[in-house]
Design a protein. Sequence first.
Length: 171
Amino acid sequence: MDIRPGDVFAVYSGSWIARAINCFQWIWSRDGSARYNHAGIILDESGRTFEALATLRTSHLDEYQDKPVIIARPERASGPKREAVLKQIIIRFESKWYPAWRLLLHIFGPLSKVSFAGRPVCSELVAFYLWQVGARHDQWAGTSPDTLVDEWRNWHGYQIVYEGKWVCGDK
């Protein structure tokens, strides 16, 4: 498995909150499908990640053992710009509390684009990163994991490098 710094991922955790998130993603989905409920950024080849969990922090892909995972590589996320953007994002967001209240706005679709307050949910964090490296437009507030995966699958400039149940050591 060839994962690289700057790759992005989405996962379906299977929890009750995952099912609730996917229910509302499905309602607002343009393609009538919503499989993944969480997203993050891969920081290195070992699978270390930066994610919006209880706080915005580093974690690891191995936390998703046996869960459905998709990993995409944005073509524009390479070299010194990628490294600078990753560093800037970590400095800006690390240790901030997860804005759970913003999930309520995602229930109402377009409302999730307002009231950002400096704390992104997981998919907004990834969308912000993709915008900063030039792989996405600048409307990142209100982005859902489903929207990201649809973009990775259908837009030019992304390569799907892995999709399936994550097995520790697949790196």
